[in-house]
Ligand binder design. Structure first.
Ligand code: THU
Length: 132
């Protein structure tokens, strides 16, 4: 992805982060996924008083992409304000494996730093369902 493409994904993830509903943790995550045609879908984390019902930004962005019929996702960028990078949780990694190619890029950015992995880097030995 070009620097310009990454900057525009970051801008969208930053806006999504500002909309995050995180009254319990205060950890406001934004995510933006992009497909091969450059279409972008965003998500933010949405917390709940019953903590286990919280949904992560990554999974919400991926769900939005699915709802639009998008299938050929190429990258996801996640953003949190502040100085510390974070890494996607295990549940989100398994969902990335389901919906993105193993070679798709996962960018994590904060205000000071950034990191990049592939989906396969993050979950090298995923659960895969086989009915036989
Ligand atoms: N969170 C995400 O949105 N993505 C992750 O990959 C890890 C955690 C959210 C869930 C919760 O609202 C807050 O961050 C603290 O765990």
């Amino acid at each position: 992805m070009t620097g310009n493409e990454k900057s525009s994904l970051l801008e969208l993830a930053r806006t999504a982060s500002a909309g995050a509903y995180a009254p319990y943790s205060g950890f406001k995550v934004g995510a933006a996924v992009v497909d091969a045609q450059g279409r972008v879908h965003v998500g933010c984390n949405v917390e709940n008083a019953s903590y286990g019902l919280t949904s992560c930004a990554e999974r919400n962005a991926l769900a939005a992409a699915m709802a639009s019929g998008v299938r050929d996702l190429t990258a996801i960028l996640i953003y949190v304000p502040g100085q510390r990078l974070f890494q996607p949780c295990g549940a989100c990694r398994q969902v990335m494996v389901e919906l993105m190619p193993a070679s798709a890029s996962v960018y994590s950015l904060c205000d000071e730093d950034e990191n990049r992995w592939t989906v396969a880097d993050l979950l090298p030995q995923p659960f895969v369902f086989r009915a036989d």
